[in-house]
Design a protein around this ligand. Structure first.
Ligand SMILES: CC(=O)N[C@@H]([C@@H](O)[C@H](O)[C@H](O)CO)[C@@H](O)CC(=O)C(=O)O
Length: 317
């Protein structure tokens, strides 16, 4: 069976942070500890250079170095390494695809072009087709993040068209809260797949339980970087039909995100607040890149005290 037919992301996939030093340079020395932390927390699939990884704030050269580093340290420890190749334009994306192939990535994913955006299903299919065709042997995912990309097309329509046009299409990273659209995708026949289905991974951690019970295969998210235990328990309770306990875990994630959004807007984006949460529960990822800004010590301490009052540090035990 071909890799395209059987490749599947399941359970937790960490959308990785890119660690920086205080001067804003990539801190390559931190990747080892970071990978170790993920594996220790039973997270062994990663999604590199996405939103959480500030992929769009890196130069192409830096993005390649990050990919190489993950593959170097993850090859015997991680089960799957997916590289996000989306960029401002097609040519940069193609460069990232060719690099991902040479570096040994397991799969690629892309956002649409980010300045002149695809405005119809056909143009989005054509755009993705060109990216996927540059690596026909690699599983291809579309990264749907309408709140950031501004591409708000109906994903069921897109995937129904794409499944016939893109032979390496494996699935979608669905980062929209429109679960109605997601239900449609889950039921699209995919004859080129061993199980006849597209692989759907969800990207809104604060409503993951709903997506999983509807049939999503897993999550590509940021918060599993520092609170994987919560989601492992949530999955366990859900599969044992203990919905009461599963909901408690989801509520924890939702409450944490509410506080995180508030600090995220103070610092320029949620990713800044997520990085500081990671520093509180795992290896320090350093500050975010501009236009996000560093937290002051007082702000950081206030954030820490709020999430501590929520019980965050007890959930991780
Ligand atoms: C917009 C965004 O950053 N979404 C996060 C979520 O994990 C998000 O942080 C979480 O649901 C809290 O809002 C992930 O889906 C991002 C992601 O997978 C990526 O880094 O590409």
């Amino acid at each position: 069976m071909s890799k395209i037919s059987t490749f599947k992301l399941e359970g937790l996939v960490a959308a990785t942070f890119t660690p920086f030093d205080e001067d804003g340079n990539i801190a390559f020395s931190k990747f080892e500890d970071y990978c170790e932390h993920l594996v220790r927390n039973d997270v062994n699939q990663v999604y590199v250079n996405g939103t959480t990884g500030e992929g769009m704030s890196l130069t192409l050269e830096e993005r390649k170095q990050v990919v190489e580093k993950w593959i170097e340290i993850g090859k015997n420890r991680l089960k799957k390494i997916v590289v996000q190749v989306g960029a401002l334009n097609l040519h940069d994306s193609l460069e990232m695809v060719h690099h991902a192939v040479g570096a040994g990535a397991d799969a690629i994913a892309t956002v649409p072009s980010l300045f002149f955006r695809p405005t119809s299903i056909d143009s989005l299919v054509e755009y993705c087709k060109k990216i996927a065709a540059a690596a026909p042997e690699l599983p291809f995912y579309y990264y749907h993040l309408p709140s950031v990309t501004g591409v708000e097309l109906n994903m069921e329509d897109f995937m129904r068209a794409a499944v016939h046009e893109i032979p390496s299409l494996v699935g979608i990273k669905f980062s929209s809260k429109d679960l109605v659209d997601m239900i449609g995708i889950l039921n699209i026949p995919a004859p080129h797949r061993a199980d006849g289905k597209l692989n759907v991974v969800f990207g809104c951690d604060e409503q993951l339980m709903a997506a999983m019970t509807l049939g999503a295969d897993g999550s590509v998210g940021s918060t599993c970087n520092f609170m994987a235990a919560v989601y492992h328990r949530m999955f366990g309770f859900t599969s044992n039909f203990n919905l009461v306990e599963a909901r408690k875990e989801q509520y924890r994630s939702q409450q944490l995100c509410r506080i995180m959004y508030r600090y995220g807007s103070l610092w320029g984006n949620n990713v800044a607040a997520l990085k500081y949460l990671m520093a509180m529960a795992g290896p320090n990822m350093g500050p975010p890149r501009p236009p996000m800004r560093k937290a002051t010590l007082a702000e950081f301490n206030q954030f820490k005290s709020e999430i501590s009052d929520l019980g965050f540090f007890d959930w991780l035990k």
